[in-house]
Design a binder for this molecule. Sequence first.
Ligand SMILES: Cc1cc2nc3c(=O)[nH]c(=O)nc-3n(C[C@H](O)[C@H](O)[C@H](O)COP(=O)(O)O)c2cc1C
Length: 460
Amino acid sequence: MGMIAAGTLGSAEFRADYRVKYAYLAGAMYKGIASKELVTAMGKAGLMAFLGTGGLSPEEIESSIRFIQSELAPGQPYGMNLLSDLARPEQELRTVQIYLEYGIRHVEAAAYMRITPALVRYRLKGIAVDADGIVRAPNHVLAKVSRPEVAALFMQPAPDNIVRELAASGLLDAEEARLADRVPMADDICVEADSGGHTDQGVAYVLMPAMLALRDEMAAKHRYSSKIRMGAAGGIGTPHAAAAAFMLGADFILTGSINQCTCEAGTSESVKELLQHIDVQDTAYAPAGDMFELGAKIQVVRRGLFFPSRANKLHELYMRHGSLEEIDPKTRQQIQEKYFRRSFDQVWDETRRHYARLDPEQFEAMARNPKRKMAMIFKWYFAHSTRLALQGEEDQLTDYQIHCGPALGAFNQWVKGTAIERWQNRHVADIAERIMQGTAQWLNQRFGALAGADLHQPSK
Ligand SMILES: Cc1cc2nc3c(=O)[nH]c(=O)nc-3n(C[C@H](O)[C@H](O)[C@H](O)COP(=O)(O)O)c2cc1C
């Protein structure tokens, strides 16, 4: 018997603040892949998951919140994703408005490159000095970041100019604005190494020590009353990886890819079937549809699929040409027949209808620029391929866009030959339990071995 138990891993303060059994979180997955059912299953087990609000309408977000709040007892943990969208800041403000109305206490903030008014409003709403004279912000922000310069923004108080603006427009009251500089923007920073979905392809071994040093530096400078905790995400699909994260100094861990291949995940059975069989080398990088022009990358399933190579091809064509007309006829034909299975004109029509609802003015401006028009037509493929996967359109399976990192391949190997080899037997909370129990065992065994005791324990 070792000293380490699943319930002692990570930060005790984290477990208390989040009211969770383990220092383990399930990260958001867009379009409700991290579904309301996934969030409530975790909450009922005393664990927190974040609803995948990206790509959901405000109405869908609200109805999911109502579902979660009616399923969970008061005090059972749950949270929501909050995504930065610099192109449409009003969307983010609207989401925050909903979170404030429904009393959402935990957000996983991601995709931020700078601090936004919406995020500041969420963070500072309700901040007050308690009976012991300690400044407390009721709304917890966990910032998921992959770069030190972004981490630094979240380790500092809200920018002055944003606080002043919000106070002037009545979105924060005078007391909330006054206390702004007493807390950092985030209570917790989750350092994301190479992961499923959007990725900066970071390496945990490198990032964690640098981020911990940055945290200590910022803490010394600002003298906050509580410590900013540091977590780790990206590549965690086995006890071995989780153990490494805790050894690197993580106060908590966060998983993503492994939760997409469970009963609770909001995606098609045909995607789950594919996911169940992937190995550690079956993923690839592709351009991100939502940041296509910027060349941002996502990690997706490669095994048996054309999506990654087709998506990369579209990006390459976009980079090399000023308009669709500049692309050679043979390639143009191939894209329309093989990739899109419809003509550019049909795609353009769909795109126009989509934007007519969202932002007709912006659409007209983009339509006049041939390069931007090409980007819009190519970006249709990204929305389309996501839809195919989520709906399980098996006759177009090779075009599925499935965000996923190699952590799932490692997980699949780890559970081979056990009851949860089949995805139909995989449940998010059970996976969390197995990983955390396995991590404690693995660490005890490793510590024993490193200290010179040969315990002859199996590695599973
Ligand atoms: C299918 C899928 C969709 C994701 N969508 C989002 C998202 O909408 N918002 C977000 O913050 N992170 C998203 N992520 C990232 C996860 O929350 C998590 O940070 C990441 O998956 C952890 O790395 P791992 O995949 O190696 O476990 C997504 C990941 C996957 C696999």
